[in-house]
Design a protein around this ligand. Structure first.
Ligand SMILES: Nc1ncnc2c1ncn2[C@@H]1O[C@H](COP(=O)(O)OP(=O)(O)OP(=O)(O)O)[C@@H](O)[C@H]1O
Length: 730
């Protein structure tokens, strides 16, 4: 990776059309204006990191590439020149609406005129922005857009007007790693931003990211067609973050209880609420963990894409209230990666990864939400080989699909970077010898001599602070590390099994490799460890109690159970498709399901009744039918695959099984369907997808923890968790 960090202020390169630059003021005046704006508008007494040099380079008209750690203050690098310019606007491309909103709100509070254009912008606001653009000289200093906007012809025409009036000062690409197919957050529309250079020659560019390896940096520069960009590469190290890996069991209860204890302990120690984020891969895990934490008195809330936009906005707002629940806000957000990029709250004191992120970059980005005001903060990663194996399988499947597609359409072989990144994250987690700060920085290509460890870590990781303890803890992982293998490429397909090779081979990893000292300790990932069994924590007990199913009249009402039908009953339940879903011909409409359920003979008669709903938004009959459909589907699956009962790990009498299925159905209906539905249509939609997912219960994957991003499996696994929990009450 080019390591140019030269801070010289250079005049614009020859091929730039200088007449298009911000104003006719001298460079010195423009720079001084920036310094003034930094102090007056933004209220900072001084620059942070290389902000000054970056800003100076930008106003000189250069293309600029900024690679700086999370929380360094990258936004200021383009906001200050944008505000300091006497006229014209800066166009900012941002990947997430929440991120755009975050920044525009912040700028408005500082009195900056700013606009944002997205699918969520109200029609009247959109019209106003279009009108402003059509004048050729919009009044706003910054316009935030998503990359998709650059494909809107009408918008591009308006932009041409502004460009011809010489009022497009700069194009900024925030979170630029999204451009690169090798970046962890690739977005196809980002790839097309490069056309901007052809359409608007001479407009300087700035690309910023916190997570890019050398190949990603080069890819971004090429894709954007940046010209001789001035590179500013900051060290990745975040000295105020304490990194710790906890070698976790797959015993969810212990993990949840330990997390709860950690948070409560922190509150006690600091004498006040401490703000934090817990990252989970699956939405359902977010829901279970946040309910658990709430049951323990913490103000916790879930944040994931399964929730309504309004709910997410409120959660974000409440979480941003300084002092958390002490001041009417919330203490902790339990989130998927949807709560990631750009989340900027200086008070975040801890980040917990409940399970392994998909990539090293994702881990770095997410931990980067902590300690943004410079105060010490903790980052805890729960790691188990079982969990790693699940994610590995998922990432491998993704690559396999892409290899297949490449084969079908004669595309070049896809990159296997995602698997490499996951492997490196596993190496990081399994390592107990090398300082975690050093491991992170090395991953991003920094060359570090271990004797310089003190510059990187002042006892701010478990390896440096308590090496013995860390090593002992790791021993609990057992003797069966996980083996990583690349997916055979197209070329290798012909020689099928010869395609097996280690991912850390230079042939598959075109990024700066981890130094030999680390790679030498390559994981002997050869199989899978036995689950690590830790003693359930005392406070986990309450989690074993079934969730209250508020709409159920009483548990007593389901005790009279008619004998279930024989296994080869002549009244089978809905047929399952090859993929494990419900056959559409069997279940054309929910009404069909309901009728077959209620009048069908396959379900044991159990006297269950839901209580009349409080809000009454969803008709009672619909709810009852929905719950019965769930029962019927569960019943059908377990009848056909009786071996599944073995997985419940408890001998159950047939009547108890039926009872258990009924209780599970009640809870699923309430927790996963009703709670998320405000209209009958929404309810039916959710019910339908839930029923499809329940059909997957017969597949192996559904019983595994790895439900990452696989909607159906996530739902199926959630149902299993409910069933198992209810089967093992304390
Ligand atoms: N010169 C400065 N002095 C003090 N604080 C600053 C300065 N510049 C920025 N900050 C603060 O640093 C924090 C991080 O800024 P910002 O969100 O721009 O970081 P970032 O580098 O974009 O991080 P990420 O990549 O994680 O989104 C913000 O709270 C911001 O107010």
């Amino acid at each position: 990776m080019p390591r140019q960090t030269n801070t010289r202020i250079s005049e614009p390169t020859e091929d730039l059309d200088v007449s298009l630059l911000e104003s006719d003021q001298s460079l010195e005046t423009r720079i001084n204006d920036c310094h003034r704006i930094m102090r007056t508008t933004f209220g900072y007494s001084d620059y942070k990191g290389k902000q000054k040099e970056i800003i100076e380079s930008a106003v000189s008209g250069r293309d600029v590439f900024v690679l700086a750690p999370t929380g360094m203050g990258k936004s200021l690098c383009f906001q200050v020149p944008a505000v300091a310019a006497q006229s014209g606007m800066t166009l900012v491309i941002s990947p997430l609406l929440a991120l755009m909103e975050n920044q525009t709100d912040g700028l408005r509070r500082k009195g900056v005129t700013v606009a944002s254009l997205s699918s969520e912008t109200p029609a009247n606001e959109k019209t106003e922005i279009h009108q402003a653009l059509s004048t050729g000289d919009p009044h706003f200093r910054l316009l935030y857009i998503t990359p998709e906007r650059l494909a809107v012809v009408e918008f591009m025409k308006l932009l041409q007007k502004v460009y011809h009036a010489k009022k497009v000062n700069r194009l900024v690409v925030d979170e630029a790693h999204c451009i690169s197919e090798w970046g962890h957050d690739f977005r196809a529309d980002y790839r097309r931003i490069g056309n901007f250079r052809d359409k608007f020659p001479g407009v300087p560019m700035m690309a910023l990211t916190a997570t890019a390896t050398s190949s990603v940096v080069n890819d971004i520069i090429c894709s954007l067609r940046m010209r001789d960009p001035h590179l500013f590469i900051h060290p990745f190290n975040r000295t105020n973050l304490f990194y710790e890996v906890r070698y976790a069991s797959t015993d969810e209860l212990s993990k949840m209880a330990e997390i709860c204890d950690y948070i409560c302990g922190l509150h006690r120690k600091r004498g006040k609420v401490s703000c934090g984020i817990i990252y989970c891969r699956a939405k359902n895990t977010c829901n279970s963990l946040s309910s658990y934490l709430r049951s323990k008195g913490l103000a916790a809330r879930s944040y994931h894409r399964g929730l309504a936009t309004g709910t997410l906005a409120k959660t974000f707002k409440d979480w941003s209230i300084s002092g958390g629940s002490d001041n009417g806000g919330i203490d902790v957000v339990v989130a998927t990666i949807a709560f990631g990029l750009g989340i900027d709250n200086g008070n975040v004191r801890y980040i917990i990864h409940y399970d392994i992120p998909k990539s090293f970059e994702g881990y770095y980005q997410e931990t980067g939400r902590a300690g943004r005001n410079g105060a010490p903060s903790k980052c805890i990663l729960y790691y188990s080989r079982e969990d790693l194996r699940y994610v590995q399988r998922w990432v491998t499947d993704e690559i396999r699909n892409r290899v297949q597609k490449a084969q079908d359409f004669q595309y070049p072989d896809p990159s296997q970077r995602s698997l490499t990144s996951l492997e490196k994250l596993a190496l990081y987690a399994e390592n107990t010898d090398v300082c975690r700060h050093i491991s992170i920085c090395r991953y991003f290509g920094e060359e570090i001599d271990e004797k310089d460890v003190l510059e990187y870590c002042d006892m701010m990781c478990d390896v440096c602070k308590y090496p013995e303890k860390t090593r002992r803890r790791k021993e609990m992982l057992g003797e069966a590390p996980v083996e990583f293998r690349s997916v055979p490429s197209r070329a290798a397909h012909s020689t099928a099994m010869n395609g097996r090779k280690r991912l850390t081979d230079s042939s598959t990893s075109n990024d700066s490799p981890l130094p030999s000292s680390t790679t030498a300790k390559k994981l002997k990932i050869t199989g899978y460890s036995k689950p690590l069994v830790t003693k359930p924590h005392h406070s986990a007990a309450s989690l074993l109690k079934p969730f209250k199913a508020p709409l159920m009249k009483s548990r007593r009402s389901i005790t009279q159970i008619a004998p279930p039908p024989e296994r080869n009953s002549t009244a089978p339940g809905p047929e399952l498709t090859e993929e494990g879903g419900l056959d559409e011909s069997e279940l054309t409409t929910l009404q069909d399901v309901a009728v077959s359920t209620v009048s069908g003979s396959m379900l044991p008669e159990i006297d269950i009744e839901l209580e009349e709903p409080g809000s009454g938004k969803i008709p009672y009959v619909m709810r009852r039918d929905g719950m019965n459909s769930i029962r019927q589907t569960l019943h059908g699956v377990f009848m056909r695959h009786e071996e599944l009962w073995d997985r419940v790990k408890k001998p159950l009498h047939v009547s108890t099984r039926a009872n258990l299925i009924a209780l599970t159905a009640i809870e699923i209906e309430f927790e996963s369907i009703l709670c998320f539905s405000s209209t009958s249509e929404g309810y039916q939609e959710r019910l339908r997808s839930k029923l499809d997912a329940l059909g997957l219960l017969r597949s192996e994957e559904a019983w595994m923890e790895c439900t990452v991003g696989q909607e159906g499996y996530e739902d199926a696994h959630e149902a299993i968790k409910i069933l198992i929990r209810l089967a093992h009450p304390t």
